[in-house]
Design a protein around this ligand. Structure first.
Ligand SMILES: *Cc1c(COP(=O)(O)O)cnc(C)c1O
Length: 370
């Protein structure tokens, strides 16, 4: 028997605000009263704390995850005519980080963990290949050590898109610290989410770090002395301050997501559904809990009828989006990527999700008959 209907959103951002409301309010007020709002002490402290948390040498805050990716590609000297290898099934911003610099994305199919299939990379490397853009999708680390080995063999740069994987690990080391540059987004829905837009680059290279700080600020190190033409892409003091508060709880917040995922993995039993696979020895931070189901629309409608809201990440793979029609990659050329886009479904998972809500999702799914 099914319980009485509940209303469950796919995500609830108000809940994690409520958890640490007093600290957030105190910090916001403190910044507002300080009279200093851009490139100040909060940002400097956040950059230090975030790089320390990750075990990275340096961190530079920027205005968004997309900007972090764009700046990373630019700083590594990748531009017009260069090729960058990237998985087909990512959020389109990953690809824009490449194409905004005039470089060409070369898509590789994903593996069964939804990350880039390492076995398929080598065949895509050409004379023009300059880098591999690695996405740690849905919160799980890609096979980054294997990828680094390949990159060394072919003398390629490695950029990590960690927008969905704050705190995720591979063999005990945090993602974002393996490649030349790690890129993060602090968009509100991310595991380490701000209360507006934000992003950061992390690197162990002092030179890249210093260049990032110049590039994000009109190409200027010293006020009114501009060495290059740059951007206005900065992480403001309020966001940095609020992120400092949240960073203190990131492991706890990720732990809660892991608990929910564990309950789903053991509780959901339905032969129509393919559950996500967790790699052993990795700290998956469950940005999304993504299942696959053949008749997705019918299943989504069933969930909706029972008050459960789900989402698709992502319904249109970048190579089939209108923005990338010019790449001339036809439907059918990336069959795994395309089949994932037709079958993936993200179930509700968020900090502050009650046990009752989790059980309701599990029971409702287990009662689904096709
Ligand atoms: C969110 C996201 C981005 C873009 O970050 P923004 O801060 O929204 O610009 C890039 N890549 C991936 C994988 C993302 O999930």
């Amino acid at each position: 028997m099914l319980e009485t209907k509940m209303e469950i959103q796919c995500n609830r951002l108000d809940k994690s605000f409520e958890l640490y409301k007093e600290e957030f309010e105190k910090k916001a007020l403190q910044v507002l009263e300080s009279g200093w709002y851009i490139l100040g002490k909060e940002l400097e402290s956040f950059e230090k704390e975030f790089s320390k948390y990750l075990g990275a040498g340096y961190c530079a805050g920027v205005a968004s995850g997309l900007d972090a990716l764009k700046i990373a590609v630019y700083l590594l000297g990748i531009g017009a005519g260069d090729e960058v290898i990237v998985q087909g099934n990512t959020y389109i911003a990953t690809v824009m980080g490449i194409t905004d610099n005039g470089a060409v994305p070369v898509f590789v199919e994903p593996d069964e963990y939804y990350n880039i299939n390492v076995q398929k990379i080598e065949e895509k490397i050409t004379e023009k290949t300059k880098a591999i853009m690695v996405v740690h999708l849905y919160g799980q680390a890609a096979d980054i050590i294997e990828i680094i080995k390949l990159a060394e063999k072919y003398n390629l740069k490695v950029i990590e898109d960690c927008a969905q994987a704050h705190g995720a690990e591979y063999c005990g080391k945090k993602v974002g610290t393996f490649g030349d540059i790690g890129c993060f987004s602090f968009y509100p829905t991310k595991n380490l989410g701000a209360f507006g837009d934000g992003g950061a680059l992390v690197t162990n290279c002092k030179n890249l770090y210093e260049k990032a700080k110049i590039y994000r600020n009109y190409g200027s190190d010293k006020k009114y002395y501009n060495q290059i033409t740059g951007l206005n892409s900065r992480l403001d003091e309020i966001q940095a301050g609020l992120l400092r508060v949240k960073l203190g709880y990131l492991d706890k917040l990720n732990g809660e997501r892991q608990q929910i995922a564990e309950r789903y993995l053991t509780g959901i039993i339905n032969k129509n559904i393919l559950l996500p696979k967790e790699k052993t020895g990795c700290g998956h931070v469950w940005h999304q809990f993504v299942i696959r189901i053949k008749k997705r629309r019918e299943f989504m409608e069933y969930l909706e009828s029972r008050g459960i809201h789900s989402m698709v990440h992502y319904p249109i793979p970048p190579h089939l989006s209108e923005a990338y029609r010019y790449l001339n990659i036809k439907k059918g050329m990336l069959p795994v990527t395309e089949s994932y886009s037709e079958e993936v479904l993200s179930l509700p998972i968020y900090n502050g999700m009650t046990l009752e809500e989790q059980n309701y999702v599990i029971n409702t799914i287990n009662h689904y008959l096709n």
